[in-house]
Design a protein around this ligand. Structure first.
Ligand SMILES: *Cc1c(COP(=O)(O)O)cnc(C)c1O
Length: 219
């Protein structure tokens, strides 16, 4: 069942978009089913759950932290995490840099933008992001790379609104790429799109979708 869902999904999203299989709350057996079907990238939103799964499951899995990350928990995932999607402050980025250095790693990060209408969602504004990227403190960080942006659209049925929010994130992405990362090939990912809205997200320029319930069933 999981494998069938994955195969259908892969056809829909095409070969140029990276699929992060969001396995939060799902058991290791479900992850192994997706693994047997060739999936190697999994997304989790809780530090402890992701760490337990990473210890138990095959070592060639790439673990993406997609949830809100507290600075005091960075140390638990720094040894193995492959991408951190939800970076929304300099303080968090500096902590990731510090912990990455301890493990002689450079951790790929995505900056999370606030694009939804709801105020509950975390994320930077364009001004906050630019202020950070302009700062000397940012330039001094050697153990993180900024690989792109991430965002979540509002949880609404209005497809036009969702499209507009993804489009605004794409505009931020192009603007930041042009201003700060023009000659930097690491900055290339736009993580947007979940089960309910990934088709719109891909239409609007997503390069990475984070999909859970379509693959693993409702949580
Ligand atoms: C849970 C989650 C997803 C996946 O959601 P689905 O609707 O199950 O596809 C994607 N992104 C983030 C940040 C999440 O927390």
């Amino acid at each position: 069942m999981i494998c069938t869902q994955l195969q259908i999904l892969r056809k829909k999203i095409g070969g140029d978009v990276t699929l992060v299989a969001v396995s939060k709350t799902k058991p290791n057996a479900a992850i192994l089913e997706a693994y047997a079907c060739g999936q190697r990238i999994f997304g989790e939103n809780k530090v402890q759950e992701m760490t337990e799964k990473a210890e138990a499951l095959p070592k060639d899995i790439e673990w993406h932290m997609i949830g809100h990350l507290q600075t005091n928990k960075v140390k638990y995932i720094a040894p193995y995490v492959s991408v951190i999607h939800g970076v929304d402050s300099f303080k968090l980025l500096a902590e990731i840099n510090k912990e990455a250095k301890k493990h002689q790693r450079v951790i790929p990060c995505l900056l999370q933008f606030h694009i939804a209408q709801e105020d509950s969602k975390f994320g930077l504004s364009l001004d906050e992001c630019c202020a950070m990227l302009d700062s000397d403190e940012f330039l001094a960080l050697e153990n993180v790379t900024i690989c792109g942006l991430m965002g979540m659209a509002s949880f609404v049925d209005d497809k036009a609104q969702i499209r507009m929010e993804f489009r605004s994130l794409f505009d931020y992405f192009m603007q930041i790429k042009h201003t700060y990362f023009r000659l930097n090939d690491d900055f290339r990912h736009l993580s947007m799109g979940m089960s309910g809205d990934f088709e719109i997200a891909i239409d609007e320029g997503s390069t990475m979708v984070r999909i859970g319930s379509t693959i693993f069933g409702e949580r």
